[in-house]
Design a protein around this ligand. Structure first.
Ligand SMILES: [Ca+2]
Ligand SMILES: [Ca+2]
Ligand SMILES: [Ca+2]
Length: 328
């Protein structure tokens, strides 16, 4: 899509923290650096994110924040240029909303709007109240289907827009945290979409399968396109899957060695937990010499754990596939 109407295709991306990134298109297929998209008031768009109110004075921020120290050595959280002190005795945390974005003129007024999914499984419409060459994003509206908030199974809504049933009105298609893909038909008008209850287009993969080399995974992100050119819209579905690492099975000798290392790791882990409890548990020791000794032991134990972990092959690894679902 050409979001800024300069004749060059631009790119948008959601992010784990939540902000939406704009990559301005230039001639010859080049793109500019990622820029956080702002709303019409100049505020960074971060739907459902930002600083979460917390009654006890603790701080939780969903967004592109980081921990730093001020010049007195006190912990602060830096977010959107603001330096937020962490109150004494309170906690501070940084999390994300896993935003996923699609650009489409949802209200049919000629300006490209945003459709944004989040980790909670909701989908939002962000109206572009500007013009074709000067986008101005207004306040988001949570999308409903059958009069209820869209609630994608497993969260992590990954929305796209396409006229799936070919009636001339764009429909909403959403990937889900559990690996399924849902269709929300638009039974309203082009300017005022009304969505029906969702129906699954792709079922979630069975859970608890043995780990195999390749299979559909979760957190699906969807693109609807006529991929094989037969005139019917197909689905391309990206995912995140746990799979068996691509390497030869261990020899009996290797397997014996790995089992030995795993047993050793479990023993070291037991020691590690005891030491953590000794230092930070409800009955933590108070004697400073004893604490010093425990801290040294903890350091050595962590190091041993790391070294052992390097030698033990992982039983699974994460991988992202793209699946082609042919429309019948
Ligand atoms: Ca452009
Ligand atoms: Ca619009
Ligand atoms: Ca339609």
């Amino acid at each position: 899509m050409d979001l800024d109407g300069d004749g060059h295709i631009d790119m948008l991306s959601g992010s784990w923290p939540g902000e939406i990134f704009f990559f301005k298109g230039f001639p010859a297929g080049r793109f500019g650096e990622a820029v956080k998209l702002k709303d019409k008031n100049g505020k960074t768009i971060n739907i459902g994110g930002g600083r979460r109110p917390d009654s006890d004075g603790s701080i939780l921020i969903a967004g592109d924040a980081k921990f730093e120290k001020d010049d007195k050595g006190n912990s602060i959280v830096v977010y959107e240029g603001e330096k937020i002190p962490v109150p004494k005795g309170k906690s501070a945390g940084i999390t994300g909303t896993a935003s996923s974005v699609c650009a489409f003129d949802w209200d049919g007024n000629g300006t490209i709007d945003l459709i944004v999914g989040d980790i909670g499984g909701s989908v939002y419409f962000v109206p572009n109240e500007g013009t074709k060459t000067n986008p101005q994003f207004g306040t988001e509206q949570m999308l409903e289907a059958d009069g209820k908030r869209i609630n994608i199974p497993g969260g992590d809504a990954g929305p796209t827009v396409a006229d799936w049933d070919g009636d001339g009105k764009p429909d909403l298609i959403v990937g889900a945290g559990d690996g399924s893909v849902w269709l929300y038909r638009n039974v309203g008008t082009r300017e005022k979409p009304v969505l029906q209850a969702g129906v699954p287009l792709v079922a979630a993969p069975p859970r608890g399968d043995p780990i195999v080399a390749a299979r559909p995974g979760v957190r699906t992100k969807v693109c609807a396109v006529d991929f094989d050119g037969d005139g019917k819209l197909d689905l391309l579905v990206g995912d995140m899957a746990e799979q068996k690492p691509d390497r030869p099975d261990p020899t009996p000798e290797e397997k014996k060695e790995h089992d030995k290392l795993r047993k050793e790791f479990d023993e070291v882990l037991g020691t590690y937990r005891k030491l953590v409890d000794k230092l930070h548990g409800s009955k933590a020791v108070t004697d400073e010499d004893e604490r010093k000794k425990a801290r040294k032991e903890l350091e050595e134990t962590s190091e041993r754990m790391m070294k052992l972990r390097e030698k033990i092959p992982a039983e699974s690894e994460t991988h992202g596939w793209v699946w082609f679902h042919k429309r019948k």
